[in-house]
Design a protein around this ligand. Structure first.
Ligand SMILES: *[C@@H]1O[C@H](CO)[C@@H](O)[C@H](O)[C@H]1NC(C)=O
Ligand SMILES: *[C@@H]1O[C@H](CO)[C@@H](O)[C@H](O)[C@H]1NC(C)=O
Length: 424
């Protein structure tokens, strides 16, 4: 568990030059500064304000001296950062990490914290830091995850008895690829014993846990809400999760093809580069004459049945927002809600989520529309080896999934031919 969260400072410690020892000292200083800035973003002003009372002269004096000291602190941080940058170019990635911590420390702070670099060198930050592991949220799950996860990440699927045969095809493909870090969250006893008998890592939630009554008695959308609540615990325990539906065939190990640079990295429901990655869609309203063309941006939704989510604050906020909406909007569809929360910007009366997002490659993380409508008919695309195929676009999932195994695993070039593009 500790391996992946080894901080930049620990890596600096591995070098032996005198320069690096200075760097360690400076880095510790910067980090302490960051921590302090975190805890007291406005210095001690706030607490001073509360007891300054009506003595406004004294109050402004307190504020100005606090401001001065916090400006000084920021100046010190900046100059320490500058020293670090100059001292050792090898440390540039560590400097980046520290600079990001500085950015976080400055969140909600209106004070300027740093200078923008030269043209073309400036990069906002998308890789949010991971949360501190909190085992108290679920010690039993924490224990299972220590055994199952590799590099603090794992595939997680929820399953009940309705999907047993699909689940079997799912874990058989996972085992065939040699993936070890996966876990089935069993929603009933039958699935739990089914997995145990087949040596499939399984976790059964405690039956008395409040939200489980939802799993048994709730409607479909409420069970979807459950997925987001369960996921939250995994993230709180410090793990990155590749959430997977069970109508998915694994052909390669997805962990070899994930970027890990965003809060959420998801497969797309798109069927082409444009639809999956976004495009300019022009809306035409002839009555407007000169301005008849209005430009819009479109992107096909992310598939909420297969996404990689890092244990960050925006990720957990996303899960909470989706679960909350699903429990209050009985008619909503979890995938639509998931996408709205991810993509809609802040606007009057609404504060948008600020999570970073990455769309997975549509030929590596392939949906069944891409496969059956395009790939199987194109001799060059047919040669590509996907990482997974998700049978999300078709109702006869089991038959098509078996055909996918025949085609990609057993090399039967005709295995996909008998199916229509869509359902009939
Ligand atoms: C789709 O995008 C991929 C990755 O950017 C690129 O390699 C490929 O050429 C694109 N295909 C088409 C048809 O534009
Ligand atoms: C096959 O796919 C490639 C890559 O998207 C594309 O460039 C090519 O035109 C396609 N061929 C046919 C026959 O559609």
């Amino acid at each position: 568990m500790a391996g992946r969260r080894e901080g930049p400072l620990m890596r600096i410690g591995g070098q032996h030059s005198r320069g690096s020892r200075i760097a360690i000292a400076v880095a510790i200083g910067v980090l302490l500064g960051c921590v302090f800035a975190f805890l007291y973003p406005d210095g001690v002003i706030k607490s001073s304000r509360s007891f300054a009372g009506s003595n406004s002269a004294r109050l402004s004096q307190v504020i100005s001296s606090s401001c001065a000291s916090s400006t000084e602190r920021i100046k010190t941080l900046e100059s320490q950062l500058a020293i670090l940058t100059g001292k050792n170019r090898e440390l540039s990635s560590q400097v980046n990490d520290l600079s990001m911590k500085l950015q976080i420390a400055g969140q909600g702070n209106t004070k300027a914290l740093y200078k923008a670099g030269a043209f073309g060198t400036v990069k906002g930050f998308r890789k949010n830091p991971v949360v501190i592991c909190d085992e108290s949220v679920n010690p039993r799950l924490a224990k299972s995850l220590q055994q199952v996860a590799i590099n603090n990440e794992l595939i997680v699927a929820l399953a009940n008895s309705n999907v047993q045969s699909m689940l079997e095809l799912w874990f058989t493909s996972i085992k065939r690829v040699g993936i070890k870090n996966y876990l089935v969250v069993a929603l009933d006893d039958n699935i739990e014993s089914f997995c145990k008998e087949r040596d499939v890592p399984v976790y059964r939630r405690d039956p008395d846990e409040g939200i489980d009554s939802v799993a048994k008695t709730g409607g479909n959308h409420q069970v979807s809400g459950l997925k987001f609540r369960i996921l939250r615990e995994f993230l709180q325990l410090g793990y990155s999760v590749l959430l997977s539906d069970v109508d998915i065939v694994y052909i390669q190990n997805p962990f070899d093809h994930i970027y890990r640079d965003c809060d959420v990295e998801s497969m797309s429901d798109g069927h082409s580069n444009a639809t999956a990655y976004g495009y300019n869609d022009v809306f035409d309203e002839p009555a407007m004459g000169w301005s008849r063309y209005a430009h819009t941006m479109r992107i096909w939704v992310y598939n909420s049945g297969f996404f990689y989510i890092r244990p960050t604050v925006p990720s957990i906020e996303l899960l909470d927002r989706v679960a909350d909406r699903l429990s209050h909007e009985p008619k909503s569809w979890d995938q639509a809600v998931f996408n709205e929360e991810l993509f809609f910007p802040s606007h009057p009366g609404y504060e948008g989520l600020h999570a970073s997002r990455r769309t997975m490659d549509i030929y590596l993380f392939m949906n069944s529309k891409v496969l059956f409508k395009t790939v199987r008919k194109n001799s060059s695309l047919k040669k590509l080896k996907p990482v997974i195929v998700h049978l999300n676009y078709h109702p006869n999932k089991f038959e098509r999934a078996k055909a996918v195994v025949e085609f990609y695993v057993n090399g039967n070039q005709k295995a996909l031919d008998g199916f229509p593009d869509g359902s009939e």
